[in-house]
Design a protein around this ligand. Sequence first.
Ligand SMILES: [Zn+2]
Length: 545
Amino acid sequence: MAGGFELGLNELLSFEPGGGLIHFAGQRAVLMDPVALGLLRKELIDLVGMTAARGIFTRLGYAHGWRTAEALKTAVPWPDESVWRRAGGRLHTLQGQVRVERVERRPDEGPEPFAEAQWRDSYEAEQHLLHLGRADQPVCWSLTGFASGYMSYVNGKPIYGTELRCVGQGDAACHFVGRPAEEWSTECTEVLRFYETQCMEGVLAQVTDALKQAERKLRAKRQSLARAGVTEDPAGMVARSEAMLRVINLARRAAKVDSTVLVTGESGVGKERIARLIHDESTRAHKAFVAVNCAAVTESLLESELFGHARGAFTGATHDRAGLFEAAHGGTLFLDEVGEVPASMQAKLLRVLQEREVRRVGENTSRKVDVRVVAATNRELTEEVRLGRFRQDLYYRLRVIELKIPPLRERREDILPLARLLLAEASERLGRKVAALAPEAVDQLLRYDWPGNVRELGNAVERAVALCEGQRVEREDLPEEVRAAPPNLVPSGNPRRLEDMEKEYILAVLAQNGGNRARTAEQLDIGVATLYRKLKQYGHPEAAH
Ligand SMILES: [Zn+2]
């Protein structure tokens, strides 16, 4: 220190004889357990995320540094002001937070910044490693804030700092640099935002906004459903058919036990909705529901996606990463299209299901996971097993309980209630006021075979809502293939009048022929004049010209 002046704790700290009050530089101070601070840190990170927590700790340190500089100015008989200005590091060390050392600068490290220090034994890095493990960014947030706050006060202008290296991210020592706000280049605005008070306000405002929006959406959805006359099951399931009610009932019972469930059925029948129902009605409902489509992930990535990886396990693995099994810990993991899992992975998946522990790629130790697996496939797995493409032992492990969702064409009673629900959802999503289906549109929806199942129905309804000109979906708003579906000759509901059947049939054939009357008449084996007369009778626009 300049002029042989060495600041010591003796001058700064005072204790009341009987205990109770401790003063540091004339200000009340408290002794605080760093482990408790470490726990607070972890809770904050869990609650508001890494970025917001970093901002909070940075500003906590900043306030501390600022107030320390202010108190010290008059509490100590400084030989001159420059000593006070440079005493921040020493104070930091005296407070037991970190050992501040001078930086041994290498010539290749560029020009000297405004302020620079090497930090050892940072309590903050120690606590971060203890509670949260190695980070992928510097972690001495309150220390950085302290240094910045102290320097800002003594220099009378904002000095912002950051760590170039940090023990918390695996470096041998922490390396701090500080610069006046205006000297930070634009790519470092990243650093500055942690000092901005509106950072936290911004986060809170965002959260509040998101909550309000979610509530508004929910309210609007309920209203539009009520307008459409649809009462939705609490789990978001709509079913009227015997077959589907049976599936839902079985799913509810499966939810109560912790067994693995295999959901089968054609593409688009709503397997994920059933998986969600199982999760929502299980004791795991308050934990995560994690869904992954096994067919959408390349074979080489699937293992690390599911089980995680260690830093350096492969090119591009720049830090430790938990897999989806760990992410779903305590909750439910939904493995969609499990039939597409390659053979090499099937063995690993089976082992995880049996041992209830995962091993991250590149690690030698296993981690316990408590996950309920719901798998789904549109493949005939017994056939895949017979052909040697799917492991039999894995198949048995997955289908402890099997739920078979019938295709939509085999449960036609569900088409209309589903269409109404999807209509209400689509008009909400697209901001349209389409509330009903015209009777002709309903007829057409009921006639069509829906090879793409509920998903196809959803797409058709959404398209209709988007194209629809009035407040009601008309037959013309439906996709071509749906419009062209011929009438069922054996009616499923009340028998129809022959005249109505004839009209529907004629219009369907006309639609199939793209409105070509000559071809339609030929196919129906009637004269063009007869067809024309009938169309006129129906008030069909084709008869007008
Ligand atoms: Zn550090």
